[in-house]
Ligand binder design. Structure first.
Ligand code: PGA
Length: 253
C-alpha cells in the first residue's frame, strides 16, 4: 500500500487582520521546513485568499467554506470557480462551526463536496460527534451517517481526492484533545465505512485527519497513530512559533 502523504492543515477561522496575515506569511515563509513528506494547507478568511496565494512559498491556501451552486443571487456567498480562479486549491466543508452556527446539514455538505470535486478543489470534509452522542455510545452510528451522506453519489475515481477531518465537537477549542487511541479508532472506523461504500483500495488512499485542541505538545503522539494522516489545527495555528513547532513535528515524523 502506498504511503499516504500527511497534511498539516491550519484553520484560522475568523481571526487576523490583513496586516496580521501578511506578517505571519512573511515570517513563516522563511522559517517553515521545506519537505515533500507532508503538505501544509492554510485555511484563511476568504478576504485574504488572493493575497496569501500570491505570497506563500511552500503552502497551499484553502477556503473555509463555499457555496454548492455555480453562480446566482446568493448574496455574500463564494463559488468554487471564484476560488480556483484565484489559485485556491483546498476547501473546508461542513466544519462543525458551520453546521452549528450556520445550520449546514449533511445534504448541503454532500452538494458542496460534489461541487468542489467537479471544479478540481480538494474538499476537507469535517465530521465528528458532540458530547451527548459520545456519552450515549452512538459515536460510530453518527459517524457512519455523516460519512455516508457526505459521499453520496461521488464516483470511486474521485474518492482519493477527498480528505476527511475527524473532529469530535467536544474537543474543538476546548483544550480537551481526544485520546490518541480513541482518535485512531474513530478514524479507522471512518476508513471502514469508505471501504464498505467503495472498496479497500480507495479507502486506503483517503487521507483522514484528526482535529480538536491539537497543540505542539500532543501532536507527536497523535501522529504516531497508524490511521491518523495529519491534523486540522485551529487555535495553535494562529501564532508563528506554535505554527512552526507543529510543522517541525510533521517534519520529524
Ligand atoms: P482547535 O480547532 O484546534 O482550536 O480545537 C480545530 C478546528 O476547529 O478545526
Amino acid at each position: 500500500m502506498a504511503k499516504r502523504k500527511k497534511i498539516f492543515a491550519a484553520n484560522w477561522k475568523m481571526n487576523k487582520t490583513r496586516d496580521d496575515a501578511l506578517s505571519f506569511i512573511y515570517e513563516v515563509n522563511t522559517a517553515i521546513p521545506k519537505s515533500d513528506t507532508f503538505e501544509t494547507v492554510l485555511f484563511t478568511p476568504s478576504i485574504y485568499l488572493r493575497s496569501l496565494v500570491k505570497r506563500q512559498e511552500d503552502m497551499k491556501i484553502g477556503a473555509q467554506n463555499m457555496h454548492y451552486l455555480d453562480k446566482g443571487a446568493y448574496t455574500g456567498e463564494i463559488s468554487a470557480d471564484m476560488l480556483t480562479n484565484i489559485g485556491v486549491s483546498y476547501v473546508l466543508i461542513g466544519h462543525s462551526e458551520r453546521r452549528t452556527y450556520f445550520n449546514e446539514k449533511d445534504g448541503e455538505v454532500n452538494l458542496k463536496v460534489k461541487k468542489a470535486l467537479e471544479k478540481g478543489l480538494i474538499p476537507v470534509v469535517c465530521v465528528g460527534e458532540d458530547l451527548k452522542t459520545r456519552d450515549s455510545g452512538k459515536t460510530n452510528q453518527f459517524l457512519e451517517t455523516q460519512v455516508k451522506i457526505a459521499l453520496m453519489g461521488i464516483e470511486e475515481k474521485d474518492i482519493p481526492n477527498v480528505v476527511i477531518a475527524y473532529e469530535p465537537i467536544w474537543a474543538i477549542g476546548s483544550g480537551k484533545v481526544a485520546e490518541p487511541k480513541d482518535a485512531n479508532d474513530a478514524i479507522l472506523f471512518i476508513r471502514e465505512q469508505i471501504k464498505k461504500l467503495y472498496n479497500k483500495k480507495v479507502a486506503d488512499k483517503v487521507r483522514i485527519l484528526y482535529g480538536g485542541s491539537v497543540s505542539p505538545g500532543n501532536l507527536p503522539v497523535l501522529l504516531e497513530q497508524p490511521e491518523i494522516d495529519g491534523a486540522l489545527v485551529g487555535g495553535a495555528s494562529l501564532k508563528v512559533d506554535s505554527f512552526l513547532a507543529l510543522a517541525n513535528t510533521f517534519l520529524a515524523k
